[in-house]
Structures are given as structure tokens and as C-alpha cells.
Design a protein around this ligand. Sequence first.
Ligand SMILES: [Zn+2]
Length: 462
Amino acid sequence: MEFKGKVLFTSQDEPATKKELTKGTLSYVKGALLIDGNGGKPIENPVIVLENNRIKQVGTATMIKIPAGAEVVDCSKYTLMPGLMDCHIHTMMFNCLTFHNYRVAQWEVAPSLQQMYSLFHAQMCFDMGFTTLRDLGLNSNRGLLTTELCSVRDSINAGLFGGPRMLIGGWTSITGSHLDLVMPRSMVRDGFQTADGPWELRKLARDNLRIGCDVIKTCASGGGGTDKEEPDVRNMTQEEIDAIVDEAHAFKKAAAVHCFTPDAHKMAVKARADTIEHMVFHSNESVDMVKKAGIFVTPTLSHRTDHAIYMRKQQGTPKFILDKMKSLQPFCYETFQKMYKAGINIAMGTDMGYDPEMGEGAKELQLYVDLGMSSMHAIQTATKNAAIAIKMGAELGTIEKGKIADMIAVEGNPLKDITVLQDKKKIKMVMKESKIFVDRRAGKHKSAVGVEHQSWKIIDNL
Ligand SMILES: [Zn+2]
């Protein structure tokens, strides 16, 4: 049938679009101080020149003259730094804000509602300066949520919603693993949940990869927050983990391995995994191996604090799990100190999920500083290191010529007081790809979240 309507797009439109892109409108960001993410001395009175979605030049007010009439983002009272990155988060966790009891919610919530929570949680993080999140996936009463998570990522990438850049993890683990036991033991599993043996696991990894996940998430040992499960239970054989990591690499994707024990560290190193998740137990030998391999480790200490345990208690977690979490705490802190001292690559990750403080991921950095890390190194774990850990070091993580312009402006100096990064009032501006999504500078009221903080309601009245 002949099309009689108006032709909206013709091939003639293309050159105009290209011209606009290459022409490049310059804009200028002025700050009081610049922490560029490289670890050197902060730069006073910085001026950052942006072209399209990238950084064209970084200098000072004396070096770079801003032409009259140019677009200026005036943050001259604030510290500029790269957008923060959380390398281990679970935005799909459904109960964080509107459910009393996660164990009830596991049965009450449909994946489609969880997907909406994911976008909401991602925006809450974005609103607090997190421009990149690596969401390490989830499963549900209807199977793995890889599709739903990838769709959240894609809807943000398509520009339908303002939100952080997201990398998505697809769970690939064995029957009865820690990742399996996140769901109730008696729940009937569908086909897209777990697998066993190298070939079945390769198939599960391929299913996740076909959906479009960015990283395969697996677990080599038990964990802390699930029922009747001990952290030192081996969660797969070497042959199985080798197959999973190999499959991720074959598709040019990364593999993230949950490890609570030195044996799990060894398995992950041998399999050539890309990141190790959590810091719980260690041995001198495992620290040596991880150090030599240069693998990045995400500490996820926010998940281990007394406050985290208290929040879990509020959400109906049984006492024996709370006791287990408490008993792990000193080991986690000790392992962090040991790994930091040994010079192991650390990338910030919170494991935020059940905890109801989505967006407050920067509390993790305070824990690092409290445990002896310098505030500069702590900032680097959430910027430069995080970008390298997720293989985006060439594009993100520092304020440097040629990189994507993800940047935040903060009131105060996080090198002197790391807690300013936790204070919403002090996160004055959040920019992703040169575009301002959050603006709390004088006279500006732009937020990444559509509702007033804590205006949400509890929907399980049990
Ligand atoms: Zn996790």
C-alpha cells in the first residue's frame, strides 16, 4: 500500500544531525576546587571545557579564558569531581522503602513492579551523585530478572528517563548456591534460575548474555544474609567456574565472582575472573594471589555495619541470620585493612539492596576512611578505580581531556570530610554526559527523583 502521509524523516536530515554533532557547542564549568580522580593535588579555580558529551580541556581560570556569551555552569563555590560509581548494587530489591518485610515481599511482588523499583532506586542514587551503577542482578519468584534490569538500563540509555549509566549482571550459579538461596528453599524454580555442570552453566550464561547483560555474576562460596547457609560452603567446582568465566570472556563480557573465603578467591583467580565481590575471610596466601592477579575487589562493607543489621531486623530478618551477619563483621573489617595494606585494587561497591538507603552509597567511603584508607584513595575507589574495574577506564572515572563528561559539584571538600558526599544538600550538581540532571545550586531545584523524599507508603501492612 502506498504511504500518503507526511514524510517526517528523510535521508536529507542525516547530514544536518551529523553537522550539529561535529560542530560542538562549547560550555564551561567553573569550580572552586577540582579533584580529578587521578590522586594528585587538587586544582584550585578549575575551568573545564565541554564539547558535546565529552571533556575538551581541563585547566584553571588563569589558563582558560571563557569567551563572552559562552554557556557557563557556575560551580565556583564548589568542589568538582568525577561522577561517583557503585560497582555492586541491587536496584531490583523491592522492599527497600515500601515493604515492611522482605520475606513477605518475595511473594507479593511481581517482576514488573520490581522493575519500577529498580528505576526509582537508580534515580535515587543518581540524585546523590552516582552517575554509574553496576547492578549485579537478582532473581525472583518467577526466575532471573536479567530482562527487567536490562530494560531499565536501556530505557535510561534511550533517554526515556533521567538516570545513571547502568551495567547489568546476569546471575549464573549452581543449584543451592548462595544466589539460589536468596529465594525461599521450597519455591518452585523455573528453568531460568540456576544450572549445574559446565555445559548447563555455559547455557545459562549464554541465556543471560543473549538478553544483553554486561557482566556475568556468579558465586564461588556461600554468603551471609541467607537462611541456614554457611559462608564457607563451596558453591561450584573449579571446572564450573572456569566454564562460566570463559563463556563471559568469549562474548567479550566480564565475570564478577562472589567470594567469602580464601578458597573462593583462589578459584576466582584461577578462572581469571574480572572482579571479586565482598571482603569477608582471607588468608595470607589468598591476599597474595589476588594482589598478584591484579583483580579488583569490591568491599561492600555498608552491608556489614551494625546499622545494616538493624535495618535487616526491621525488615523481618530472623535472629540467627542477624547473629551470623554480626559474627562476620570483624572479619570483613580486618580483611579490608589487610587487602588495602597489601595494595590490592579496590573498587567501591555497597551491595545496597535490602537496606532502605538507596542513594546513600557514599557512606561506604566513610567506612573505608574509618578503617584507615586515605580520603583520596577512598574517592578513587568510587571514581578512577571503579571505572577501571568495570572496564570503562578509558571513558570514565577521571576529569580529563577526551573523557565522557560525568561530573558532580559538592559543597565542601571531601578530602577533608568524606561525609559531605552523603549529604543531599551538599550534592549541588550532577552532570552526566555534559547534561545537568540534578541542580541544587542557588535558585535551582532540579532533582532526578520524581517524588518528595519519604513520601512513599508502606504497602504490606503486616
Ligand atoms: Zn550483591
